[in-house]
Write a protein that binds this ligand. Sequence first.
Ligand code: NAD
Ligand code: WQD
Length: 340
Amino acid sequence: MSILITGGAGYIGSHTCVTLIEAGYEVIIYDNLSNASHESIKRIEMITEQDITLIEADIQDKQALHKVFETYTIDAVIHFAGLKAVGESVQKPLTYYQNNIAGTLTLLEVMQAHHCKQIVFSSSATVYGDPASCPITEDFPLSATNPYGRSKLFIEEILRDMYRSDTEWKIVLLRYFNPIGAHPSGTIGEDPNGIPNNLVPFIAQTAIGKRDSLAIFGDDYDTHDGTGVRDYIHVMDLAQGHLDALDRISTFSEVMTINLGTGKGYSVLDVLKAFEKSVGKTIPYHIAPRRPGDIASCYADPSYAKKILGWQATRDINQMCQDSWRWQSNNPNGYNKEAQ
Ligand code: NAD
Ligand code: WQD
């Protein structure tokens, strides 16, 4: 089976490629490298001991996409490609709608033209907005508070419309909670540009001395210690979820919408403590004002994933932090080897 992986050079895509290759799938990575590098492809090759086909192109480039489907027999697509920075999306909504929504429309048009009708889409827990309660099941009300989140909501709706128009489509919407961690080898991991927006990359860069102190955004939330609670999930567990979805996709007779989370909520301080344990030293932090748009708590009810995919997360918060730290300490400047 050949799988086209859009955004396969990125954080979640690269880990998923490793898992799929090890399970015997052939992967073709399609990525414009707007938020990734050739180095991540080399690292996937190192881990899997296989040559990887990379098509360096944009999902908005219809001709380039047609050529891929003409050249290879693609059985299914995993669609990771997209821009994902919430704050940037507020500043540049058109860029986000163009890249994420228009890009997906082009991809779907080309897939349809080549009768490839199986797609796994990277959605997000952000589509639950500010949930009324936790744990969150897939039937919770949906909303968005920023253009990034709205792009995910729209794409989910577009994919449901594709299915309504033609029930031969096999569509899985995977709603990820907060992916962290790295491949246990420490060879691939998350490599954010500039100052990290997300908690664990910021903690990791503080631990290695690139940042002075972690700003904890608010300690007066209605949570067990006042700091925000999230469902952190190991990226290798997420990768396994994609494999399980692909293995079953041909059997699905409706659009499948599935939470991928652990079902456990950890506060910012809980994560900091687990990370300190991995590093073996304390990490400086200070309390800062709440970050606009943040919510108090968000964690999944992952029981549907277990029922439908036979999937459940197996790695705990300590393993997530140990693997993030191994990646960070082996690669202080991410994939930019020249700077190391
Ligand atoms: P990432 O930025 O590391 O990976 C995305 C990849 O897509 C990058 O390699 C980038 O170069 C590529 N890309 C972007 N626009 C493209 C385009 N127009 N054409 C071709 N390639 C393009 O991000 P990630 O964390 O691996 O996220 C993967 C997917 O999962 C995204 O769709 C993201 O929105 C979604 N998601 C991520 C998180 C998270 O916290 N990381 C949570 C929920 C959902
Ligand atoms: C986690 C917690 C912060 C940084 C974002 C997107 C979401 C999804 C995942 C793609 C919160 C606190 C953070 C820092 C802090 N992405 N924090 N200091 O906000 O849950 O979700 O990434 O779909 O759409 O919004 O993740 O890692 O930014 O924050 O105190 O420097 O850590 O307030 O409580 P978030 P995050």
